[in-house]
Every structure is written in structure tokens, then in C-alpha cells.
Write a protein that binds this ligand. Structure first.
Ligand code: ZN
Length: 463
């Protein structure tokens, strides 16, 4: 299972805690950045963006769209820098409804609008995505480690954070109680403005507030950064229940997408057991049948998987992600030409214009392997990277496609870009210099190589 590197849902997920510990100990973000467990998935990113967009609009934030960064970690965390929303897969799994996620996003938007941790946010805004995640995970590891050493959570965990001694980590871990109240009030304002209930937020925070959440081995970073005394929850409850939208539930189509997302995360991250547990709650539903198709694919039952996916496509012919899954199955079955057709459909059906789908399409075209399909692959992968320039994995395929076409300077420049966006600046510079030697001084590729050579990671978070 999980053999396709493209899906980026990978076995790496289970190394999360180890990685976090390594980051905390070594203190070097960039050296480890390429191992940071970011999950890329067109469907989930589009859904979370759909959750966030109306809230951000109501809060007067980020008109030009939000980048969703999915962190493969089972704990609960969510953090917004301004144009990037970081959210753990664990937070998405825990939420039974879209409203629970939307409530947390509304609260985070309240922190931004309130100017809380403004300096840190500005610093993070300049930093590369990977470096931020390493910091977030590092902070979690320090907290978790301290807790097992039974130093306890006294002082709202702040002593623990100070033990890390780092400005960034301490700040990430420190909202003040007054700020929490402000963010709660703002969240209710945004939810009211978008006609949504605050019950999901109340449920989520209430869960943190209960003693139960302390007993687990894993400490949710979110719980540490957002103090949740009983009176705060009580005050929030009053506000939520005053809203005219308190009983409003999520639209059924959105709930269905949410259910499909949860089954997908369970299947790809946890495998058979957690996915089946989730599917059993709603047998025969679209989400459950999607889960069955995914499990069959992940466990190599390609015939069954294809049949199930074709049935899903028949039911929702315009769903780009069913076409994507069909493409994944056909790739695994060594039918790249058919896979390319499926991905092409996925690209044309995708209203969110994800950069990932054209890259998948390009990979299938590469596997077809004719000079003509290789050229098409380059076009598609460049198209995908144009939409999503931080996709380090995409550059790897681009480099390979250029290489197979014999376009060596372009291949080297693509390799440099890939290393650059993984945070491996040293090798990025080496490949950029190699590319430059074969490029004409002043042409676009040469200039881009020069940018990489000149790059000084000033936005780097000091550890
Ligand atoms: Zn908060």
C-alpha cells in the first residue's frame, strides 16, 4: 500500500512523533525540513479552503485566498499565519461535522483580526511552510516530552514552553486568557455573519476542557496554546446559544464531503481498521463506498477498486476526486494511458484548480513514455507548479521529464527548485549553479537560478 509517492499520503505519517523529537533536539529546521510530514491532497485542501473562505471574508482577511497546509499529525492543532492555514489531520479526523472545523477556523481568524501574536505571525509569514511546520511540531514534542516527565501542565504549560527557550515556540504556545475571550467573541460574529452555528466550536473546546482529554498519552498542542478554563467555555456557551443560527446544521452536501474526507484520512493514514470503524457508522453511504474503493486500492485489489470507483463515478460524474482515484488505480495497474485520461478529466472537473492534479496527469503522461507524451507531461507539470509553486515533489517529476527529453539545464533548474522548496538550500544552490553554466546570462531560467543562489533564509525561524 501507499506505494505511489505522488499521493504524498505516505507511511511517513507514523514517523511524526520521532521527527518532532528530532527537530526539537537537533535545533535545525532546514536540515530536517524535507522530512516534515505535510500531507498534500487536492480534495481535502479544497474542502478546508471552502470551510475557511467565508469566515475569512467575514473577518476581512486574505481576500486573495488561503493556502491550506495539512500536517500529518494525530494530535489536534490549527494555526493561521495570515495567508496560510495549518491544520492537523488529527483535528479533521476528530471533527464529526464541518461546523466543528469551521468553528475552530473562526476562532483562529478572531486571533488574527485581534492582532494577537502579530510579530510572530509576520515572522512566520516570511518563513517557508516547511520551516513553520517543523517549529509547530517541535513545540508539540517539547510539550509532550515535558508532560511524560510529569512536570505537569501547571502554569498553563508555559513553564514547559519556556524550557524550550525559544521565542517562536513560546509565542506559539501563548495566547492570553483575554485574547481567548476576544477571539471567541469575534468567532461568533463571523459565524453569525455567515449564518452558521457556534455549536461545533463549543463542542470542540468543550472536549478540550473536559478532564478526559488530559488522560491520553498525546497532548494536543492546541489545548496548550489556547487556555480553556471552565468559565471561558461557560461564557462561550451563552454567546453560542444567543445566536439565531444556533440550531443551523451544515448543508448535507458539505457534510457528505466531510465524511468522505474523514474516511480518506482514516484509510490512507491508519489503514483498514480505523477506516472500517468509521464506515461501519454509516454503511452503504457514499463515504463508506468511497472508503471501500480506497482500501481496495491501497491493499492492491485493483480490479475490485476499479469497479467500485466506476460505480462512484456513475453516481457523481462531476466529482474530480473519483476520477483522480481512478487514475491512481490505473497507474498502479500499469495502464498509464488510461490513467492519463482519468487525470485529464479530474483536472478539467476540478473547480478548485488544484496544482496537484495536473502534476498527477503529467506523471501518467511520463509513464506513457513517448517523446510526444513527455512534452505534454512538461506542460502539465509546469501548469500544476504554476498554481502551486511550493510543490517540491512536482519539481522532481519535472526534472525527470526534462531529463528524459535531454533538456539538461532545465532539468537541473527544476531540481534546484525542488530542493529549494524542500528547504535544502545548499543543494538547491549547487544545482542552480550547474544550470546557470549552461544557460544564457540574463534569460529567465538563468535569473531564476540566480535568485536561488542569492537566497538567504532571513525568514528562517531561529531555533
Ligand atoms: Zn485561542
Amino acid at each position: 500500500m501507499l506505494s505511489r509517492p505522488r499521493s504524498m499520503f505516505s507511511a511517513r505519517g507514523f514517523a511524526t512523533l520521532l521527527l518532532a523529537a528530532a527537530v526539537a533536539v537537533s535545533g535545525s529546521v532546514s536540515a530536517l525540513a524535507q522530512n516534515v510530514p505535510v500531507v498534500r491532497d487536492a480534495e481535502i485542501e479544497a474542502l478546508v479552503r471552502d470551510y475557511a473562505r467565508p469566515i475569512f471574508k467575514a473577518a476581512g482577511l486574505a481576500n486573495d485566498g488561503v493556502n491550506i497546509v495539512l500536517v500529518n499529525d494525530q494530535s489536534f492543532n490549527a494555526f493561521v499565519t495570515g495567508r496560510r492555514l495549518f491544520i492537523n489531520t488529527g483535528a479533521l479526523m476528530m471533527a464529526e461535522t464541518p461546523n466543528e472545523v469551521i468553528g475552530v477556523i473562526a476562532h483562529e481568524a478572531g486571533h488574527i483580526a485581534g492582532g494577537h501574536q502579530q510579530k510572530l505571525r509576520e515572522q512566520l509569514e516570511r518563513a517557508k511552510t516547511m520551516a513553520i511546520i517543523a517549529t509547530l511540531l517541535g513545540a508539540g514534542a517539547i510539550v509532550a516530552g515535558a508532560t511524560t516527565n510529569s512536570r505537569g501542565l501547571a502554569g498553563a504549560g508555559m513553564g514547559v514552553a519556556a524550557g524550550g527557550g525559544e521565542m517562536a515556540q513560546r509565542s506559539i504556545l501563548a495566547y492570553q486568557r483575554t485574547e481567548e475571550t476576544t477571539a471567541d467573541r469575534s468567532a461568533i460574529t463571523y459565524l453569525n455573519a455567515t449564518g452558521q452555528s457556534g455549536m461545533g466550536m463549543l463542542k470542540t473546546f468543550g472536549r478540550f476542557q473536559s478532564a478526559l482529554s488530559l488522560s491520553g498519552a498525546q497532548v494536543d498542542p492546541y489545548r496548550i496554546s489556547h487556555p480553556m478554563p471552565r468559565e471561558r467555555i461557560a461564557n462561550l456557551e451563552v454567546l453560542v446559544k444567543q445566536s439565531p443560527y444556533v440550531d443551523k446544521v451544515d448543508p448535507p452536501a458539505l457534510q457528505q464531503r466531510h465524511d468522505m474526507m474523514r474516511v480518506k484520512i482514516a484509510a490512507y493514514m491508519g489503514g483498514q481498521a480505523p477506516a472500517t470503524r468509521l464506515m461501519r457508522k454509516n454503511p452503504g453511504s457514499l463515504a463508506s463506498r468511497y472508503g471501500e474503493a480506497q482500501l481496495a486500492y491501497l491493499y492492491g485489489n485493483l480490479g475490485a477498486s476499479l469497479a467500485k470507483t466506476n460505480a462512484l463515478i456513475k453516481e457523481q460524474p462531476k466529482n474530480p476526486y473519483f476520477q483522480e482515484l481512478r487514475g491512481d488505480i490505473l497507474m498502479k495497474a500499469n495502464k498509464p494511458k488510461d490513467a492519463a485520461d482519468a487525470y485529464a478529466k479530474a483536472v478539467s472537473l476540478d473547480p478548485a484548480r488544484s496544482g496537484l492534479l495536473p502534476v498527477a496527469y503529467g506523471q501518467a503522461l511520463m509513464a506513457v513514455g513517448t517523446p510526444e507524451s513527455l512534452k505534454k507531461a512538461v506542460v502539465q507539470i509546469n501548469n500544476g507548479l504554476g498554481r502551486d509553486k511550493e510543490n517540491a515533489e512536482g519539481y522532481r517529476y519535472l526534472a525527470q521529464a526534462y531529463g528524459e527529453l535531454g533538456e539538461i539545464p532545465a532539468a537541473e533548474l527544476a531540481t534546484a527548485e525542488g530542493r529549494f522548496y524542500s528547504g535544502d538550500y545548499k543543494n538547491a544552490k549547487i544545482f542552480a549553479m550547474r544550470a546557470q553554466q549552461k544557460l544564457k546570462r540574463g534569460e529567465p531560467g538563468w535569473l531564476r537560478a540566480q535568485d536561488i543562489i542569492n537566497y538567504a533564509p532571513s525568514g528562517k525561524i531561529k531555533k
